[in-house]
Every structure is written in structure tokens, then in C-alpha cells.
Design a protein around this ligand. Structure first.
Ligand SMILES: Nc1nc2c(ncn2[C@@H]2O[C@H](COP(=O)(O)OP(=O)(O)O)[C@@H](O)[C@H]2O)c(=O)[nH]1
Ligand SMILES: [Mg+2]
Length: 267
């Protein structure tokens, strides 16, 4: 079963374009699919639209009464997904703004089946790219990806900031068991959570793969909710937390993991 996870904040303009495409892409998928949307206190017609679509599509809706931001929304979606999936299921997280094409989900599922835990839609793989980003967003995105590659090198990974990814459900269940509420710790720092998930999964030794992807920013009609200053601050905070020599994530979680593995070996 495929669980499609959608964080939605004021997406009334994009949902009518996106949801039918998700259905078209997945209606014949082996094991079936469901969509879980978290409406994060939208002030437009997102909530009403979701109720309407839920009459004809397999949609489950989580609601935040007030806008809590992407970090808390993603935390809730992944926790819900971990509770409502079984071994062999797949989680696909994508944006609601109609810039991520659902027809490319199939390629991610194929790649996951080659033995990966996480498969990322990558603009930097041959055949990938982006349409409609202005020079400012292009420069920020490039700079952020270079920064991440330097401070958080992960085998098999060139695309750090795109949230369109497929995860084996067991990988997320394992991460939530291991980290608890700290799987996504930087909840108030904008889009930082997109990178934090990768880093936390990498500490656990998960395998990462990429498939080429064309970001369709030219199709975006809703406002971008990315606040670059907050997200940049988040990246800096995370770099300190990860590399901090006295109890930073890398050393602290690395030690806990080593102890866990030693205990398992002695059993
Ligand atoms: N739940 C929630 N989702 C958000 C929030 N901000 C953005 N999103 C969603 O997260 C995704 C990414 O935001 P988006 O505006 O597409 O960012 P951009 O593509 O980087 O410009 C979209 O699906 C948004 O609806 C938020 O405060 N809460
Ligand atoms: Mg987007």
C-alpha cells in the first residue's frame, strides 16, 4: 500500500490540479493507495475542498486548528503514517502546490524495490531540472544544496532540499522508535525539517537513492510559504547541533546506536 502524505497550507488553488493527478497515477498501483493530508489551519477554502474530495477519493484528513508550520505538520503526518502502515508499505511525501508531478511516483517505487530505504526526486540527476524558478530562488537553492553537501555528506545524495521523496514505511517506523519526538526536533524553523529527516535517517544507516525529477515551479499558483531567513537560520542551528563535539547528534546518537548494536550482538 502507498500512503501519499500532503502538508497543506492555503492550497485551494493547487489541490484541484494535484489530487486528480495523484488518483490517475496510483489508481492501479499494486496494494492500493491512500492520501493523508494535513490541513495546517488554512484560512482559505482548503478544508472545504478536502471534505469534497474525500467523498470520491481515499483521503484521510488531519487538521490543525491554527497554523503550526511545516515542521509540526510533517511530524504529525509521519507519526500518523508510522502508526497506520505495515512492513512493505511505502510513504510518498510531496508538496501540495502542484510543482511535484505524481506521474513520477512510479519511478520512485521501482527504485525503492532495488533495495533503498529512501528515494529522492532529484533535480541534479541526469534528465532532471527545474522550470519557473526566478534567479533568487535558483541561487538560494543551489547555495543551500552545496552547503548541505559539505556539512552533511550522504552517500548517493545530490538533492537535499526537495521534499518529494518515497520512504519505506519500516524506515520511518524505525526512526520514530529510535528518536521519539526528536525525529523532527527543529519544528519551528521553517523548512529545515526536510533536511533533518535525511540526517536522522542517515545516522541510522539508511540507504539513499535518487531518480531524475523536473521541478514544475512554472505550475505554481499558490503563494510560496518558504521564508528563506528562517530556513537558513534552521540550517545553521542544525549544523551546530549535529557537529557539536560534546553530545551533538552525530556523537550522541552514534553512541546510542553502537550500544544498541553491541547489546543485540551479545544476545
Ligand atoms: N502544513 C503546512 N504546510 C505548509 C506550511 N508552509 C508550507 N506548507 C506546505 O508545504 C509545502 C511546501 O511549501 P511551498 O509553498 O510549496 O514551498 P516552495 O515550493 O519551496 O515555495 C506545500 O505543500 C505547502 O502547502 C505550513 O505552515 N504548514
Ligand atoms: Mg513547493
Amino acid at each position: 500500500m502507498i500512503l501519499v502524505l500532503l502538508p497543506a497550507y492555503n492550497e485551494e488553488k493547487s489541490l484541484p490540479a494535484l489530487l486528480p493527478k495523484v488518483q490517475a497515477a496510483l489508481c492501479n498501483v499494486a496494494g492500493g493507495y491512500r492520501i493523508v493530508v494535513c490541513d495546517d489551519g488554512s484560512s482559505d477554502r482548503t478544508a472545504e475542498l478536502l471534505d469534497e474530495y474525500a467523498r470520491t477519493l481515499p483521503i484521510e484528513i488531519l487538521r490543525h486548528r491554527i497554523n503550526r508550520g511545516l515542521g509540526e505538520t510533517i511530524r504529525d503526518l509521519f507519526e500518523y503514517a508510522a502508526l497506520h502502515t505495515q512492513a512493505g508499505d511505502v510513504l510518498v511525501r510531496m508538496d501540495c502546490d502542484d510543482t511535484h508531478e505524481p506521474e513520477t511516483i512510479g519511478a520512485k517505487l521501482e527504485k525503492l524495490n532495488q533495495g533503498y530505504d529512501v528515494v529522492i526526486a532529484s533535480r541534479f540527476e541526469p534528465g532532471g531540472g527545474q522550470h519557473g524558478l526566478d534567479a533568487y530562488r535558483t541561487a538560494i537553492s543551489r547555495a543551500a544544496n552545496v552547503f548541505m553537501k559539505v556539512f552533511f555528506p550522504i552517500k548517493g545524495l545530490k538533492e537535499y532540499s526537495c521534499g518529494f521523496r518515497a520512504y519505506r514505511a519500516e524506515a520511518i517506523q524505525r526512526a520514530i522508535d529510535f528518536y521519539g519526538n526528536n525525529f523532527i526536533q527543529l519544528k519551528g524553523l521553517g523548512f529545515t525539517c526536510t533536511l533533518e529527516k535525511l540526517i536522522k535517517l542517515n545516522i541510522l544507516g539508511m540507504r539513499f537513492g535518487e531518480v531524475p525529477f523536473e521541478l514544475r515551479y512554472d505550475q505554481k499558483v499558490s503563494e510560496s510559504k518558504m521564508v528563506s531567513s528562517v530556513t537558513t537560520l534552521g540550517y545553521l542551528v542544525m549544523t551546530l547541533l549535529y557537529h557539536w563535539p560534546w553530545g551533538g547528534w552525530r556523537s550522541n546518537y552514534g553512541n546510542i546506536l553502537a550500544t544498541e548494536q553491541a547489546k543485540a550482538a551479545n544476545r
